[in-house]
Design a protein around this ligand. Structure first.
Ligand code: PLP
Length: 385
């Protein structure tokens, strides 16, 4: 990791400037309406399985949320199983569908790949899009029916996957299809029926809801077993007293996300202008996946020669929050797995950061990011000279 002088001349954490949050794909700050709904439900209390008035009020909140969450993805409320988040939803689909052969796109989230470490990996193109011919070949390679996992949008690059096409191929082979729509929901329209998938995973905190709530939505008749066993909550598919306050907040977040979808699209112009400005500063500032359809808010961009973790720390000192795809473990910077799957050389992949915009992002936020990034690039260039 690069250290020392590269940080000099920065404002430091005490700086008065307003913090700039550009890490919405990690978690989107809860909206005030969500905070109000969660605290109201928490204050009211009640176990949604109790038959008395307080229990019935908690149940009503859970069921109202179920309608909003279903509506966000064009599903029916009865198809929604509330979980503790996207990770659990992914695990339940992949381990609870009863399929012994699993196939996942190589760029899937860790919660998919760790749920099925046995999965055959379908490669992606240099643009980060699943290779559908390779998927077809993997499906044909084994006789038993598979479960296929293809995310709707990648969390690192924002690249949107051809899920409907993948599902059609998979179904021709008798496979079940799971789609991790955690990053896509609330950012682009999501219609479960149009995608043709059997299972779809959502997470509340990626759509400005509370952390610790999510949903697995299953097609009617799709096989599904409980992962967490105990009481008969969620139609016997997810035991444990429903987290009614978090679920209530999830419902409000889903309703607001659906209402704000058209507005979210404005972020693409801000993001694209940012990428152009970064490329003008550093000619090698490549935006990964930029040739493929992408979420409007996500940019994975490299500053050649400066590792991502250093950029994140330097920008943080300037009050700007972004993330690095590179995980720093025992002082070592690992090449991000998603970029490696796209064939990006390690030296460039470790120099990438993810900038993810959100509902509240302004042109001024982007100006701040570009200015701080330019200053960092100039310091790094001087040091290298
Ligand atoms: N899937 C994707 C694509 C994600 O980006 C994330 C979160 O980073 C998850 C799943 C996990 O969701 P949760 O944090 O709700 O467990």
């Amino acid at each position: 990791m690069t250290e020392g002088p590269i940080f000099k001349g920065l404002g430091g954490p005490g700086r008065a400037a307003r913090p700039v949050y550009l890490d919405h794909n990690a978690t989107a700050p809860a909206r005030p309406e969500v905070v109000a709904a969660v605290s109201e439900a928490l204050a009211e209390g009640g176990n949604a399985s109790s038959v008395h008035a307080r229990g019935r009020a908690a149940r009503a909140r859970v069921e109202a949320a179920r309608e909003h969450v279903a509506a966000l993805v064009g599903a029916r409320p009865g198809q929604v199983v509330f979980t503790s988040g996207g990770t659990e939803a992914n695990n339940q689909a992949l381990r609870g569908a009863g399929r012994s052969y699993a196939i996942a796109a190589a760029i899937e989230h860790d919660s998919v790949l760790a749920a099925r470490p046995d999965a055959a990996l379908a490669p992606v193109t240099a643009d980060g899009v699943i290779d559908l011919d390779a998927l077809d070949a993997l499906l044909a390679a084994r006789p038993e029916p598979a479960i296929v996992s293809v995310m709707l949008a990648n969390n690192e690059t924002g690249v949107i996957q051809p899920v409907a096409e993948a599902a059609a191929i998979a179904h021709r082979h008798g496979a079940l299809v799971h789609c991790d729509a955690v990053q896509a929901a609330g950012k682009i329209p999501v219609d479960m029926a149009a995608l043709g998938v059997d299972y779809l995973a959502l997470s509340a905190h990626k759509i400005a809801g509370p952390i610790g709530a999510g949903a697995l939505i299953a097609r009617d008749g799709a096989p599904l077993e409980a992962l967490i066993r105990g009481g008969g909550q969620e139609r016997g598919l997810r035991a444990g007293t429903e987290n009614a306050p978090a679920i209530a907040g999830f419902g409000v977040a889903a309703r607001l996300a659906a209402e704000g979808l058209a507005e979210f699209g404005r972020l693409a112009a801000l993001r694209d202008a940012m990428e152009r400005r970064l490329a003008a500063i550093a000619p090698g500032a490549i935006a990964f996946g930029a040739n493929a359809p992408r979420l409007p808010n996500t940019s994975k961009v490299a500053m050649p020669g400066v590792d991502g973790a250093t950029q994140v720390m330097a920008l943080d000192l300037d009050g700007i929050a972004v993330s690095a795809g590179a995980a720093c473990s025992s002082g070592r910077v690992e090449a991000p797995r998603v970029l490696a799957a796209m064939g990006v050389p390690d030296a460039l992949a470790v120099a990438a950061i993810r900038v993810s915009l959100g509902r509240t992002t302004t042109a001024d936020d982007i100006d701040r990011l570009v200015a701080a990034w330019r200053a960092l690039f100039l310091r790094a260039s001087l040091r290298a000279a």
